[in-house]
Design a binder for this molecule. Structure first.
Ligand SMILES: [Ca+2]
Ligand SMILES: [Ca+2]
Length: 467
């Protein structure tokens, strides 16, 4: 009897001891150009995303999460450096933060974990690969950030044999695609899901999770779809019927009260062509199909983790890099300061924490770096622009009054709080939207005298961030 007690006591002590010694692993999944059209995030009721939805069921999901910049490179740079575009000056796709004075020795998120004993591994697009003037494409824009990066150029994995799935390089499938526009093409492709690049990235991560690791790991998985071109295995297109596709809600006069800079950022011509050629529904379907395909890739990684020995001690963070317009405000793609481009899903699953649910508090992808440090119990990094949202992971309804800050190019910024979006462009034109009554941001209230105090507050808040 005594022996049993001593044995169980020593067992539980050793469990306790090993737990406190074990740092949690991190799996970070980034889905390129994913807006909130994911079932669990409620942006579009038609979306079929069973794998992310299942993960969301046991996670804290952030329904009001915003990017720092509505474009790949500046958004990813800010996520991975922890600095806003207004801090680094990286607003576009052509700048590499290491080339900017003062940021040469930046410790990126994976590097920070590496400093504290983590092995760091990436597959697929995590960093963006800028190809600016005079800058050669690099294999990942920050070689050295991860100890191991799965082979492949342009910061991602595009093996030659899969050139039909390449990004911007070989559009040979265009001949059999939508015939809409070469740079804006879509098609269901007759290939097995397992041979596509995104599946390969996911599979690399799945295999990593099946292996024995003697150090805690930070594993990053970049899924490229639903980034254009929308080529995905046909079976994901077959999930949807074009006749049943519902278009985003729009009003004809929406652009009448936006600023000239905002109006210029709109792809009006593209929208007109899509409408005239009756391709709007088809394009929406193609985006949804590619989202479903990305969801399957995410599921492959999460399934492997669930089956692995790491399932009780691995934090999962899943996010997009920014949102996407599909006809709202007559716009397609990204690169605006409105809700559609600024908002993206963010989800955190921490198996050590039994809380799950939805947080509608305003958070930003800039918060991911300090949050992961916090959750992993690593020392604070004081110079980061974001802040830990770990307390929202413990209690999604805890007191929280933060603003999300998003920039598009120098001088064009937006702030979002629980009720409003405020935008100011470099020509000082302002927009203000009340999300309690206007979730599509149709009616600009910046000239409404009753909103004077709200505007004043936002101007003051912005001055604190952009000096
Ligand atoms: Ca992107
Ligand atoms: Ca409007």
């Amino acid at each position: 009897m005594l022996k049993t007690v001593i044995l169980s006591l020593s067992l539980s002590l050793s469990t306790l001891f090993s737990f406190s010694q074990d740092k949690p692993n991190v799996v970070l999944i980034m889905v390129d150009d994913m807006n909130d059209w994911v079932g669990a995030f409620g942006g579009n009721q038609q979306a079929i995303t069973p794998h992310i939805d299942a993960l969301a069921e046991k996670s804290i999901i952030f329904k009001n999460a915003y990017c720092s910049a509505p474009l790949c490179n500046p958004s990813r740079t800010s996520i991975l450096t922890g600095y806003n575009p207004s801090t680094t000056g990286v607003y576009g796709n052509s700048k590499i933060f290491r080339n900017i004075k003062g940021f040469e020795n930046t410790i990126t998120l994976p590097q920070y974990f590496n400093q504290y004993g983590y092995s760091t591994v990436a597959a697929g697009k995590i960093f963006h690969s800028p190809r600016g003037t005079g800058q050669k494409p690099k294999p990942g824009s920050d070689p050295g950030s991860f100890e191991i990066e799965q082979k492949g150029g342009l910061g991602s994995t595009y093996p030659k044999e899969d050139n039909r799935f390449q990004h911007g390089i070989d559009y040979s499938i265009y001949k059999e695609g939508s015939h809409f526009k070469r740079s804006f093409d879509w098609a269901g492709v007759d290939v097995k899901g397992e041979t596509t690049n995104d599946w390969k990235s996911a599979d690399y991560c799945a295999q990593f999770l099946e292996k024995e690791h003697n150090k805690p790991f930070f594993l990053a998985c970049g899924i490229f779809r639903p980034h254009l071109p929308w080529y995905a295995p046909q079976k994901y297109f077959d999930l949807y019927n074009v006749d049943n596709i519902e278009l985003p809600k729009t009003i004809k006069t929406d652009l009448d009260d936006v600023g000239p800079i905002g109006a210029r950022s709109v792809q009006k011509k593209l929208h007109r062509q899509l409408v005239e050629k009756k391709k709007w529904k088809e394009a929406v379907l193609a985006y949804l199909a590619n989202l479903s395909y990305a969801d399957a890739c995410v599921g492959h990684v999460v399934d492997a983790l669930n089956k692995s020995k790491y399932n009780k001690n691995t934090i999962i963070v899943l996010m997009g890099d920014h949102g996407w317009h599909l006809g709202e405000k007559e716009h397609w793609t990204k690169q605006t300061l409105w809700e559609e481009a600024a908002k993206t899903p963010l989800l955190i699953f921490d198996p050590r924490n039994k809380t799950k649910g939805v947080s509608t508090k305003i958070v930003s992808l800039i918060d991911v770096y300090p949050t992961l440090i916090d959750l992993a119990g690593l020392p604070l990094k004081e110079d980061l622009d974001g802040q830990s949202i770990a307390k929202l992971v413990s209690n999604p309804n805890t007191e929280w009054n933060e603003l999300a800050f998003t920039s598009r190019g120098n001088g064009n910024h937006t702030l979002r709080n629980e009720n409003f979006r405020y935008i100011v462009y470099s020509d000082d034109f302002e927009e203000l939207y009340d999300h309690r009554i206007d979730p599509m941001e149709w009616h600009n209230l910046a000239n409404d005298v009753s909103q004077k105090e709200v505007l004043k507050m936002f101007r003051k808040e912005l001055k604190k961030i952009v000096k």
